[in-house]
Design a protein around this ligand. Sequence first.
Ligand code: F6P
Length: 317
Amino acid sequence: MTSGGDAPGLNACIRAVVRTAIFNKLKIVGIQHGFEGLISGDFIPMNANTVSNIIQLGGTILKSSRSERFKTKKGRLMAYKKIKKENIDAIILIGGDGSFEGAKTFTKEHNVSFIGIPKTIDNDIFATDVCIGYDTALNTAMQAIDKIRDTAQSHERIFVVEVMGRDSGYIAYGAGLAGGAEAILVPETKADDKNLKEVLRHGWNRNKSSLIIVVAEGDESGGALKVADDVKKYMPSHYVGVCILGHIQRGGSPSAADRILASKFGYGAIGALLEGKSNVMIGMRKNDIYFTPLEQIKRHHLDINQNLINMMTTLTS
Ligand code: F6P
């Protein structure tokens, strides 16, 4: 099952889960439309061929949803009945923190077994260094910044680029750093207006011919439009453009790193089931697979430490 917002690499993961299950002589069905499909019994048979030629595709062949019904006791009871009727022993849940919260509540009420696989372009799930989809989204955002830089440079303009991440700054920080942004505003730190002014003035005074500010959608500054308005106030003679990247960051063909991660997670999730593990999330730490009880899974934020701040200050100076 894929649940929550789509992320590049879901299909690569579905492929790995299905192929590993079949290789180990397990019977496997796809649950369509996330928890909504579990409630309504929207199951499809899967075999090695149903996952042919999908490793390179964005989105999810199983469809996804953010189910409101599953947040209710009644919805979860309906889902449980469908699980029993279909004789499902365990569910491989490719999801984010919202989906894992749902699974945790479900396991407290009913005797169900999950193996969680973390995916989200926001990369903000505890107990894994990286989630499926982050690398591709990061590269998409970086490439967009590179392209905006061409125009900014040619016309000597300032641009404010807003990236996704909900209340997490991973994409902003990563894409800003990789794209050579002059300033990066993330929710994990308080945006210092005075500091931003100084950075921009300093850049312009040393004859930089373009300035790019990357702002995370969840930053307390209020997003790219608001930041651009503020910048216009203190640099009135400058063109200040805004580019909100939005959902282009969620789609597209997954990067090699995401395909490999998704394959390792899918393969490892079935391995965990065969070893008798239950209600755990697979994760990647220091390049190694390991498992954490779903119970401990929560949101995790970018760690902004002094080293990071020093590096950013040095590189943008
Ligand atoms: O969690 C992934 C994410 O893309 C966030 O970065 C963003 O805030 C949110 O989902 C958007 O959700 P939706 O597609 O439902 O508008």
